[in-house]
Design a protein. Sequence first.
Length: 209
Amino acid sequence: MPSALAVPIFPLPDVTLFPRTLLPLHIFEARYRAMITDALARDRRICMVRLRPGYEASYAGKPDVYAVGGLGEIVSCERLATGRYDLVLRGQARVRLVQERPSDTLYRLMVAEPIEDVAPAADVAPIVERVRAACRALLGILGRPADFLDSVFAESQPPGTIADRIASGVLPGADVRQELLETAEVDLRLGRVAVALDALVEELRRNES
C-alpha cells in the first residue's frame, strides 16, 4: 500500500471501520451515491471517518471529522432500482487524514497515510486469554453459543486482528471504538479491549440482578 493516497471520505456519526473486518452500508444521499460510482470506477476504496460532536450545525458543508479513519475496499455492491447502493466494505488499514484535496465533487477527497500496527514488546497471550474469557462470559449472559467467537481467537489470528474484530463486532461504544482505532500499539489496544469487555460484562450482570 502506498505511503499516502487520495481517497474519498464517508463521514458518519457512530460508524467505525477496522482493518480485516466487514461493514455493510446502505448509501442513499446523492453525494455519496456519486462517491460510490466514482470509487467503483477507480480502485474501489473509500475511507470511513467519524463526525465529531456538533457536526449537525455544518453538515451541509464540511463538518469536522476525526483525524483517524478506516480505509476499506468495496468487496460487494448492488445498485438498487432507486439508484441507491447496498454494499460491503472490507477494512484494509487505519489511516491518518493529513490534508484535504481540492475537488469539484460533492463528496470530499482527503490525503491519507496508513498507520501500521506497533508489535507488542512482550508476550500478549495472557491478555488475549483475558479477552477470550470476557467474551465467554458475555456470550453466556446473552445466551449465545459458547463457540460463537472461536474463529476470532484461532491460532492464525494475529493479536492485533483479535482486538480489532472484537472492537468491531462486540463493543457497543462509538467513543471506545474510535479510541481503539487510533491505538496503533497492539498491546495497548488489547488491554483497552479487555477493560471495555470487563465493564460491559459487569454492566450486563447488574442489569440481570
